[in-house]
Ligand binder design. Structure first.
Ligand code: AMP
Length: 214
């Protein structure tokens, strides 16, 4: 038999919301990926396996064909750049917004060249460049909400779902930069060389997404 089709997923809320869609498409991991320490998980299908990687690494695994397909947030895809990838399906899951946020009570005089802390450097640069606004971007890898509290930055750019994390830290949403959902991504070469199984997976997931929306 040819090697299995590998699907790259990341733990957390994307995985939580992806598993029901995969199940509806007839794919069930042999173990619970949220609790398993295994990074390669067989499924009920001999021709499909799942690999668990860090969210921001999903596009890289798929770009290089180590996984033929993957599921990643649009936030991560914009930062990656999308090279070598098709994005055939919006799964409509892990819905949130990429937002500019800052102190709920901003200083009376706004900073002349605000410092913006974010993991999303590319999206942030593009957003402010598009508006002709001058900012200094500070790259962080997590806990962006802390930066304005300790004077590292004036503002942050981060994902916001309920707004609870911002509120808990005395911050407020200012502007929406992008609406975010998770997308199915496919390696461009694999889309040609393994067209049949990939097409079948895309169609089955599309049906699962449509059935959920109906
Ligand atoms: P919330 O408090 O509900 O607004 O959620 C905000 C926190 O959850 C922030 O730390 C975000 O980085 C994270 N977050 C929100 N939505 C998502 C998502 N769809 N994927 C990954 N992280 C998210």
């Amino acid at each position: 038999m040819s090697r299995p089709l590998t699907i790259a997923l990341s733990k957390g809320r994307i995985l939580e919301q992806t598993l029901p869609l995969l199940a509806a498409a007839g794919i069930e991991p042999a173990e619970d990926p949220q609790s398993s320490r295994r990074l390669v998980l067989p499924t009920n299908r001999d021709d499909v396996e799942i690999v668990i990687v860090r969210a921001s690494d999903v596009p890289t695994y798929v770009q290089y064909g180590a996984a033929a397909v993957g599921i990643a947030g649009k936030d991560v895809l914009v930062e990656h750049g999308g090279e070598g990838l098709y994005e055939p399906l919006d799964l409509g899951i892990a819905r949130c917004r990429l937002m500019l946020a800052g102190p709920a009570e901003p200083p009376p005089v706004p900073p002349r060249r605000p410092r913006v802390a974010t993991k999303y450097v590319r999206s942030t640069r593009r957003y402010f460049a598009g508006q002709g606004r001058q900012v200094e971007i500070i790259k962080l890898y997590g806990s962006m909400e802390l930066a304005p509290l300790v004077g590292l930055s004036d503002w942050i750019v981060d994902l916001v779902d309920t707004g609870g994390t911002l509120r808990a830290n005395g911050l407020a949403p200012y502007e929406t930069i992008a609406d975010i959902t998770s997308r199915l991504i496919v390696n461009k070469a694999a889309m040609k060389t393994r067209h049949g199984p990939i097409r079948a997976l895309v169609d089955a997931l599309r049906d699962a997404v449509d059935a959920r929306a109906a």
